[in-house]
Design a protein around this ligand. Sequence first.
Ligand code: S0N
Length: 273
Amino acid sequence: MTTVEWTPIKEYAEILFERTGKIAKITINRPEKRNAFTPVTVSEMIDAFNFCRDDASIGVIILTGAGDLAFSSGGDQSIRGNGGYLGPDQIPRLNVLDLQRLIRIIPKPVIAMVRGWSVGGGNVLQLVCDLTVAADNAQFGQTGPMVGSFDAGYGSAYLARVIGHKRAKEVWFLDEFYSAQEALEMGWINRVVPLAEVETATLEWANKLLKKSPTALRFIKAAMNADTDGVAGLQQLAGDATMLFYTTDEGKEGRNAFLEKRNPDFGQFPTFP
Ligand code: S0N
């Protein structure tokens, strides 16, 4: 087991946000509540993910929960009001849905590092991460129908894509917990390691990812999203294609011709079969 030095990036109330080299780590820091999240926790995670998105020196993001007992137990039921979860402004929110989208569209790999419970909306966060490395003490489950809630978006429809319809219905209808090994066999997660090795194993994968072409990883992620996310997924893939096109001479010719008040000469550029 190797230990690394984590340097704080920014201070928050309910999360930790740190980095080691090009790897950022976002940690839900409410271990006394099994890392249940509030609208504040979620807003802070959104801020941290957006920071990672803009910072070119960050290549991979790890999402985790503080302590060995839980990745996250989902929405904090003690502040669940009518219509959503209540933060200091008392406006009922389900802002975790915005976070799910952000994890999906951020053009960098996101790895969930799961210790202990991964439950409810917390488990959906694990699901929408690109890869999941779990400790052997991890347990996975959806409890919505038991506590009077459900996530019929990524939590259900995307889960069915990942583990199959019969399994996804079993998970949601029966509200049981599954061991890390069972989750691995279902294709719900990617890797199970002993608890003491989970950070080392996650960093090992993060470092492998850092050696790959970021643009290749970005397009692979966008292409898989395009397949599962409909027009929104296509928009992401198309946006990435536009970004690349802007860097080409052909793309620049259109802009330059407009600014120079002349007709563009696109014929000078090669076409490929
Ligand atoms: C996680 C569990 C299994 C852990 O059991 P364990 O280890 O025995 O610990 P406990 O003693 O039960 O818990 C320790 C302390 O933590 C508190 N706590 C745990 N989970 C939560 C929570 N989710 N909210 C608030 N507090 C929590 C305990 O109360 C205890 O505190 P003390 O010591 O003071 O008593 C077990 O704790 C468990 O089953 N937890 C509840 C899991 C759950 O049902 N989560 C909510 C599921 N729903 C969502 O997550 C909805 C998510 C969402 O935002 C959403 C998204 C999309 C669409 C809709 C929704 C929607 O809200 O509906």
